[in-house]
Design a binder for this molecule. Structure first.
Ligand code: BES
Ligand code: MN
Ligand code: ZN
Length: 494
């Protein structure tokens, strides 16, 4: 898909479809009036007849136009004027794209950002449009054998902005292209079944990424090297699996040479059965998404490289399967982490923290200015926040505020949760330095506090994406989140 900025002053060329926003119970906007005039009053006639209410996100096509700026006009509802902003704008672009995808339309021009969108400057209006169009057009690589529906024809998408905003919009569009590419990369990986997307497959994807983008370096450590590093906690998770583990190390150097990097650590459990603490069967297939943190790190690197972002970032991905077997770690086993702390594994299903703690320790060698781990860590976080916000945990006020703000701007929101000694105390063990689980209460918080114990002296944050990284039910699949948040934070927030 090709995106381009169109200056309102010179928006004359005829396109296959002009997308025009209509508010509920309000007069036509300046942009709508302009298109209406050019189309000989086609929009105003239709609105007078009461054929379209402007409800968000309904669409209404006016086709077979002979004159004006387009072969078709697609009216899209923006909802009431009061409360209009990022959400309704994104939903409108998404709905318009879904409609376009079912037609023979090859190019479209959106007039939605020719009018001001409250809360969005031209850069974000362009960025959100690019993301929404890309998300609406995303198709997961599937293994269905029936004949596939034809691919959408849509190939060019223009975004009309006021002339003075075109440079700003170009910048936002570039960011949007990067974020969209990163999200698609994440979704492709996370949607794959676990018999395809193994730790070795993820490592290959990292190597491919480094091949495609000269600015990305990838190194892959195998079991022997992981053992030499002393990652006894990480390795305790892979014990029951016949698939070998990998430690993927990514480096992106877009900033000044020698500037301290940001470290992103992604949980890469390619399938989580729970191990000996076996999970219940219903929904267990969704544990193929337990590498979403890893996929989000890979997606973020894809985005940074596509954008050419001026930052230094390292990505650390401990990846393995969590399986039961005669060799698997058993409840009560005590393992030694790379940091030297001993851990009593009371529940083998709390494996994410066991791979991440060694990832955090490994990150120290890069002397990072900030460390963020991203993980589908707890069912408790799904109960607490559902799918809309991910959980954000950090004892560092500034870092937490910067990440939360990036999430707001990116429309990929994170809600701050506590990190505190009272919760960390619940992880005490009679036999080791700490246990890997506490009781049922505050499960998302105690999981975060476990990681906190390995982040001493670091500027550290943890994102629990168990609820936000993928959808279940009829729309089962990866959401590509939190790539938008991470990229926004790295570009504008650190
Ligand atoms: N991968 C799961 C967390 C999860 C659960 C993600 C549901 C998405 C949806 C994680 O490894 C896990 O099993 N956590 C346990 C922790 C418990 C044993 C303390 C959980 O949440 O039940
Ligand atoms: Mn688990
Ligand atoms: Zn897990």
């Amino acid at each position: 898909m090709q995106f381009h900025v169109v200056k309102a002053g010179s928006a004359r060329a005829r396109t296959a479809c002009a997308i025009v926003g209509i508010h509920e119970n309000a007069a036509m906007s300046a942009a709508a009036r302009r298109v209406d005039r050019a189309a000989g009053g086609a929009i105003s006639r239709l609105l007078r007849r009461g054929d379209f209410s402007g409800k968000n996100p309904e669409v209404f096509p006016i086709t077979a136009l002979r004159r004006g700026p387009a072969d078709r006009i697609l009216l899209v509802g923006l909802g009431p004027k009061a409360g209009y902003g990022r959400k309704a704008y994104r939903r409108a672009v998404f709905a318009a794209t879904q409609w376009l995808a079912k037609t023979g339309c090859a190019n479209a021009v959106s007039w939605l950002a020719a009018d001001p969108v409250p809360g969005l400057d031209a850069a974000y209006a362009a960025r959100h449009a690019v993301e929404s169009v890309s998300n609406a057009l995303y198709r997961t690589p599937d293994l269905k054998t029936a004949k596939k529906p034809p691919l959408p024809k849509l190939a060019r998408f223009g975004i009309v902005v006021p002339d003075a905003d075109s440079t700003t919009a170009e910048r936002g569009m570039r960011d949007g292209r990067g974020v969209a590419a990163g999200m698609a990369f994440m979704k492709d990986l996370a949607n794959l079944p676990a018999n395809v997307c193994t730790p070795r497959y993820l490592a290959e994807a990292a190597r491919d990424l480094a091949k495609t983008h000269k600015s990305v370096r990838a190194r892959v450590l195998e079991e022997g090297e992981i053992r030499k590093l002393g990652m006894g906690s990480f390795l305790s998770v892979t014990r029951g699996s016949d698939e070998p583990p990998r430690l993927i190390v990514l480096e992106y150097e877009g900033g000044e040479k020698g500037d301290a990097p940001v470290a992103l650590i992604g949980k890469g459990i390619t399938f989580d059965t729970g191990g000996i603490s076996l999970k219940q069967p219903p929904g267990m297939d969704e544990m193929k998404f337990d590498m979403s943190g890893a996929a989000s790190v890979l997606g973020t690197f894809k985005a940074l490289a596509t954008i050419g972002a001026p930052v230094n970032v390292v990505g650390i991905i401990p990846t393995c399967e969590n399986m039961p077997s005669g060799r698997a770690t058993k409840p009560g086993d005590i393992v030694t982490s790379m940091a030297g702390k001993t851990i009593e594994v009371l529940n083998t299903d709390a494996e994410g923290r066991l791979v991440l703690c060694d990832g955090i320790t490994y990150a120290r060698r890069f002397k990072p200015r900030a460390v963020v781990d991203i993980a589908t860590l707890t069912g408790a976080c799904v109960i607490a926040l559902g799918a809309h916000y991910c959980g954000l945990f950090s004892p560092d006020e500034k870092l937490a505020a910067a990440i939360a703000a990036a999430g707001d701007r990116a429309d990929d929101r994170a809600w701050r949760m506590p990190v505190a000694e009272e919760y960390a105390d619940l992880l005490k063990s009679n036999f080791a330095d700490l246990a890997n689980v506490a009781g049922r209460e505050a499960g998302a918080v105690t999981a975060a506090c476990f990681l906190w114990k390995f982040a001493d002296g670091l500027s550290w944050a943890h994102l629990d994406i168990a609820g936000s990284a993928y959808l279940t039910g009829a729309h089962k699949g990866s959401t590509g989140r939190p790539v938008p948040l991470l990229v926004d934070w790295l570009l504008h927030g650190t």
